[in-house]
Design a protein around this ligand. Structure first.
Ligand code: PMP
Length: 360
């Protein structure tokens, strides 16, 4: 067995217990006498999985009863467009707060469907901080406010949920959902692609405050209409049954770990140790302002870019994978989602210290 310590940004490491269970159930799932991929999504067995997984997610995130949970497809990228399609008219304004590359992409994809307006941005800092709340220029008549609580590429994360008055707050939580407790009642909509903290790619979870569904227009194709999906309990068409099954296993695993509060504590410790190792090294650097540093994605740089290939090669030889930084930033990035253990982080810190001593 040579499974490595995996720091990939997404698709990302999954809990080993989940993979083992999925392997065991690959040929015959429950009493189905077939794999979960080979049975009807409308049959009793799969519907029971769908219901139980939603109940588990509701318990994990303490989702209030006036929110609907959808298990859809298309990646977060499709929902960048589908959100304004459902919750705004093309002549309306929507506020976008941009603290990194994914927020920029959300604006770009929204533009055909809403007057997407950048109400705050930390571009001038190279996305190394959160735009200070007192400088946000929010249009109070806008359809909603959109932001990205954790920017996966720049490693910038909001500590607090911003106050935005009466407008629905929409959060792309693709890379920080389930990483710590959040007060769902503060949001109009939370959405997240699954391939970091939920499971495998090809599944997107949306948590929508019920009253917003009344905005969904009837003149869009039903496949894009969130109220249609809600009315059909995410079974309007064939869902990603395998992805949904994996998510259901991850939710059970999260509950067994003590839930999101316990994971949050573990994630805080993992991040603090890694940032302390970077800051204390006199070798590696992380440019993000301390109060905005992500607990999930930790970009870091070596003092000389020509050392990067050697760092990656030696890390690989030590069974540490997925460390190459995003092409926008270069350098390195360690993604340390829920399934990445403290032991993995410590193995990385150990290697980084050793590498720095030899190449300082
Ligand atoms: N938003 C964020 C914050 C992300 O990290 C990602 C993927 N890395 C996306 C959106 C896009 O997700 P997808 O590729 O599944 O569309």
């Amino acid at each position: 067995m040579t499974r490595a310590y995996n720091f990939s940004a997404g698709p990302a490491a999954l809990p080993e217990e989940v993979l083992i269970q999925a392997r065991e159930e690959m040929l015959e799932w429950g009493g189905a006498r077939a794999s979960v991929m080979e049975i009807s999504h409308r049959g009793r067995d799969f519907v029971a999985l769908a219901e139980e997984s939603e109940a588990d997610l509701r318990a994990l995130m303490a989702i209030p009863s006036n929110y609907r949970v959808l298990f859809l497809q298309g990646g977060a990228t499709q929902h960048f467009a589908q959100i304004p399609m459902n919750f705004a008219r093309p002549d309306q304004v929507a506020n976008y707060v941009v603290s990194g590359a994914w927020g920029e992409k959300a604006v770009r994809e929204a533009k055909p469907y809403v007057q997407a307006r950048i109400s705050a941005s930390s571009l001038d800092s190279g996305y190394t901080r959160i735009p200070p709340r007192d400088g946000w220029d929010l249009d109070a008549d806008a359809a909603y406010v959109h932001y990205t609580p954790n920017e996966t590429i720049h490693g910038v994360e909001f500590r607090e949920i911003p106050e935005v008055g009466g407008m629905p707050l929409i959060a792309d939580m693709s890379s920080d959902i389930l990483s710590r407790p959040v007060d769902v009642s503060k949001f109009g909509l939370i959405y997240a692609g699954a391939q970091k903290n939920i499971g495998a790619s090809g599944l997107v979870i949306l948590i929508i405050r019920e009253d917003l569904l009344e905005r969904c227009p009837v003149n869009i194709a039903r496949i894009f209409n969130y109220s249609e999906h809600a009315a059909n309990h995410s079974l309007f068409n064939t869902p990603n049954t395998w992805g949904w099954y994996l998510a259901s296993l991850v939710f059970k695993w999260l509950k067994a770990q003590g839930g999101v509060a316990a994971l949050g504590e573990r994630n805080r410790i993992k991040a603090e140790r890694l940032y302390a190792a970077i800051d204390g090294s006199g070798f590696y650097t992380n440019p993000v302002s301390v109060e905005a540093r992500s607990w999930m994605n930790v970009p870091f740089f070596l003092p000389r870019a020509e050392l990067n290939p050697l760092f990656l090669e030696e890390a690989d030889a030590r069974n540490l994978i997925g460390l190459k930084g995003h092409k926008l930033l270069g350098g390195m990035r360690a993604s340390i989602y829920n399934a990445t253990s403290l032991a993995a982080v410590e193995a990385l810190i150990d290697f980084m210290g050793d590498f720095a001593r030899r190449h300082a």
